[in-house]
Design a protein around this ligand. Structure first.
Ligand code: GLN
Length: 190
């Protein structure tokens, strides 16, 4: 399969390496035309305000939004999760607004704004997965058929709604491939 990684800003290459490690092709996506021949797309971590602005400037926001709404597999990690959210706490600056989640940016505050842990996420793997959080958001509310995949200290940090996956953390910054495997499985079933 060919899997895209939105390459306007943020941590692109690490996702591409994980896709390649699983025997598939990872392509950095910078324009609308490149959306045509991929089977799924990852929206990476970075700065959501900047990526959202660049999505508008490159005229990719609407076509990508429509593609996702028609069932195209998408996975947002960290800033990518903020891009997917229908609602962002204390902000009027929304982006793709495709996933029925409300998120809080920089939700862990300045004391523990970056941390690592390791947890079992049953839907994804029966072994513990290392989780890296960097100035991470979490999900404060879910609507409709959003399925919570994992919570830490009562806060939702991974969720799925049909063709959409969102994680607060960065599996691409560890050498664990389980989350990428899970997403590639979503891509192969559409
Ligand atoms: N805090 C960033 C934002 O709000 C997200 C951080 C990340 O992607 N590591 O966009």
């Amino acid at each position: 399969m060919k899997i895209g990684v939105l390459a306007l800003q943020g941590g692109v290459i690490e996702h591409i390496h994980h896709i390649e490690a699983l025997g598939h092709e990872g392509i950095g996506i910078k324009n609308i035309d490149q959306l045509k021949d991929i089977q799924g797309i990852i929206l990476p971590g970075g700065e959501s305000t900047t990526i959202g602005k660049l999505l508008r400037e490159t005229n990719m926001l609407q076509p990508l939004r429509e593609k996702i709404l028609s069932g195209f597999p998408v996975w947002g990690t960290c800033a990518g999760m903020i891009l997917l959210a229908r609602d962002i706490e204390d902000s009027t600056n929304k982006h793709l607004q495709v996933m029925d989640i409300k998120v809080k940016r920089n939700a862990y505050g300045s004391q523990i704004d970056s941390f690592k842990t390791s947890e079992i996420i049953h839907e994804v793997s029966c072994d513990p997965i290392p989780l890296v959080f960097i100035r991470a958001p979490f999900i404060t509310d879910t609507f409709n058929n959003v399925e919570v995949l994992h919570k830490i200290h009562g806060n939702v940090v991974a969720a799925r709604q049909n063709n959409m996956l969102a994680t607060s953390f960065h599996p691409e910054l560890t050498d664990n491939l389980e989350f990428h495997k899970y997403f590639l499985n979503m891509c192969s079933h559409t």
